[in-house]
Write a protein that binds this ligand. Structure first.
Ligand code: MBD
Ligand code: FE
Length: 282
């Protein structure tokens, strides 16, 4: 279910900020002064235009200043940027790539999840809540050949909308795994259908959402990174046809190519769905 319970802004924000810092070498992008000048000048000019056009007051300017300070204190820069900015960066990056559609990574990826065989169950608790789901498919190249031993990294929220390592009291690798496809690129992953995800409402991003009269929800989704040697890695998400918020994702990351429509099977107690990935040459 999608109860009102949630990982608080403080806990998930601090973890996401720490993760980002330890994984991304941020200095590299600062070395081209001409590029920095171009981009920062464009950003500032756009801001100045908004202030003039909307006659922004000192009260509003100070509210912005206080809010920006709060985003940092809550550790919510990864959340803010990935929810409201990353989709356009991904759109630009994806323009030059063929094969399966990608979408944003979001703030909750953790590298090096446990390696699992081509047919595997994601690490989960005994009696993990949620409809059991068999997610299966094949990884191929744009030239149509199967990609043996392709890597399918998967991470997702549980039935309460919580991600392991970003919410308290979950096993470290709950619902995270690195599945190695078989000799014909096939994989079969047993998991549960995740719940919609509510961004924390008790931090700076939550304040923005309520101040603007928006909602704080993302549709239920599976996160994936699919890769093979000599091919470009695809970071993507898959959503569920007809699910809540698929037409109204706060992170603007749903695409028509990314929909799953699992069917009940056998005993009717679980669902299954097939989705194939196509990778572009590196
Ligand atoms: C998520 O689970 C997510 O995928 C994104 C993009 C932003 C916030 C939470
Ligand atoms: Fe997510």
């Amino acid at each position: 279910d999608t109860t009102t319970e949630q990982a608080g802004a403080a806990a998930s924000g601090a973890a996401a900020t720490e993760r980002f810092r330890s994984r991304i070498a941020s200095a590299a992008a600062g070395s081209d002064a001409e590029r920095v000048d171009t981009l920062v000048t464009a950003l500032l000019t756009a801001t100045h235009d908004i202030i003039r056009r909307h006659k922004v007051t000192y009260e509003e300017y100070n509210a912005l200043k206080a809010w920006l300070i709060q985003v940092g204190e809550d550790g919510e820069w990864p959340l803010f940027l990935d929810v409201w900015v990353e989709h356009v960066v991904e759109e630009v990056a994806g323009e030059s790539r063929e094969g399966s559609k990608g979408t944003i990574e979001g703030p909750y990826y953790v590298p090096d999840a446990p390696a699992l065989p081509a047919e595997a169950t994601l690490p989960m608790r005994e009696n993990e809540a949620g409809i059991p789901l068999l997610f299966q498919g094949q990884v191929r190249s744009v030239d149509d050949g199967p990609l043996p031993a392709a890597k399918v990294e998967m991470w997702q929220a549980d039935d309460d909308g919580f991600y392991s390592q970003f919410a308290p009291d979950l096993p470290e690798w709950n619902l995270r795994g690195t599945v190695i496809a078989d000799g014909t690129g096939h994989f079969k992953i047993y998991t549960i259908q995740p719940a919609p995800y509510q961004i924390p409402t008790d931090g700076a991003c939550g304040s923005l959402v309520s101040a603007a009269g928006w909602h704080p929800w993302r549709p239920a989704h599976l996160h994936l990174k699919v890769s093979a040697p000599g091919y470009q890695l695809v970071t993507t998400q898959l959503y569920f046809t007809g699910g809540a918020y698929v037409d109204d994702d706060i992170a603007s990351a749903v695409k028509p190519e990314l929909m799953l429509d699992p069917t009940p099977t056998g005993d009717g107690e679980h669902h299954e769905v097939t989705y194939d990935f196509v990778l572009d040459r590196a």
